[in-house]
Design a protein around this ligand. Structure first.
Ligand code: SIN
Ligand code: FE2
Length: 216
């Protein structure tokens, strides 16, 4: 079951509470949009977006890359963090300063000061791409929050409970929005419904989401 959109209306600016320790910071990344897009382009030149295969043998509709000391990968043998990009056999590109700056602002606004991520996973969605409900549980320290930035075309974020079958809020995420969840909300199921056809002035027909974690 999913709740209606109007149970959780989008707001412009400010902070939309999702749970006791989770919120959307509307438009927080907007002032940095150009530097963020440039940073993503330079990451992509080192570690290109690629479609990975799940342990169950499915090719993901979302294309992935990473930056930072550790990167999340999946293949036939499982999900894990690695310091080497399996595609290039080189380290993942460094986390850009602008990314760290945004994390600082987001964690200050959301009440998770001191968060020091070592992993940033970039997800590229084209229209039709989706991410099914899952928990983020490959990180060593599950007390650390997750910071998730959205750029490009809109998406609907599903934010559920601690059990897969719990009802999920449908949260519209727009260019520049930042979601933070941690503490008692850290293990909540979440996902993205298939993206509708759309084009964004800066990014075209795609959504780039990047998420920061303390993985190691
Ligand atoms: C994720 O769960 O890693 C991605 C969520 C999103 O694309 O907003
Ligand atoms: Fe996730």
């Amino acid at each position: 079951m999913t709740l209606d959109l109007f149970d959780n209306p989008p707001q412009t600016g400010g902070r939309q509470v999702l749970g006791p320790q989770s919120c959307v910071l509307r438009g927080l990344a907007l002032p940095m949009e150009h530097v963020l897009v440039e940073a993503i382009a330079s990451i992509e030149r080192v570690s290109p977006f690629r479609h990975m295969v799940t342990p169950g043998g499915f090719t993901m509709s979302v294309a992935l890359s990473n930056c930072g000391d550790l990167g999340w990968t999946t293949d036939a043998s499982g999900y894990r963090y690695t310091s080497i990009d399996p595609l290039t056999q080189e380290p993942w590109p460094a986390m850009p300063a602008a990314f760290r700056q945004l994390v600082q602002e987001a964690t200050l606004a959301a009440g998770f000061e001191g968060f020091d991520p070592d992993a940033c996973l970039l997800n590229r969605y084209r229209p039709g791409a989706r991410m099914s409900l899952h928990q983020d549980k490959n990180e060593r320290d599950l007390t650390q929050p997750i910071v998730s930035v959205s750029l490009g075309i809109p998406a609907t974020f599903l934010f559920g409970g601690l059990r897969r079958k719990d009802p999920a809020q449908r949260v519209p995420l727009l260019h520049g929005d930042v979601v933070v969840w941690g503490g008692v909300d850290r293990m909540r199921y979440h996902g993205i419904v298939p993206l509708k056809e759309a084009a964004h002035p800066l990014l075209g027909a795609q959504r780039i989401n990047f998420t920061f974690r303390k993985a190691g």
